[in-house]
Design a protein around this ligand. Structure first.
Ligand code: FES
Length: 78
């Protein structure tokens, strides 16, 4: 995925959440890996990093079930 600002220069910040999404603040658009452009209308959006969201590229919270299942199985990195 890529993201880019539009219009006047702005600051975009990216925060990686442990075992969770990537939070993007200040973006106007997010371009999915399929090339589809998603307009951003919020000051901050969460992008799925686990690949399980049904709302991709947005995080829908599914990562919580994925990481808790992995933790229960003792999978490292969960
Ligand atoms: S990171 Fe939240 S659903 Fe994938």
């Amino acid at each position: 995925m890529t993201w880019r600002g539009r219009g006047r220069p702005s600051t975009v910040s990216v925060t990686v959440c442990p075992d969770g999404p990537v939070l993007v603040r200040g973006a106007d658009q997010v371009i999915g890996e399929d090339g589809v452009i998603h307009e951003v209308r919020r000051p901050c959006v969460a992008l799925c990093r686990c690949g399980r969201s049904s709302l991709a590229p947005w995080c829908d919270g599914t990562h919580k079930a994925v990481t808790s299942d992995a933790a229960e199985r003792g999978v490292s990195g969960a």
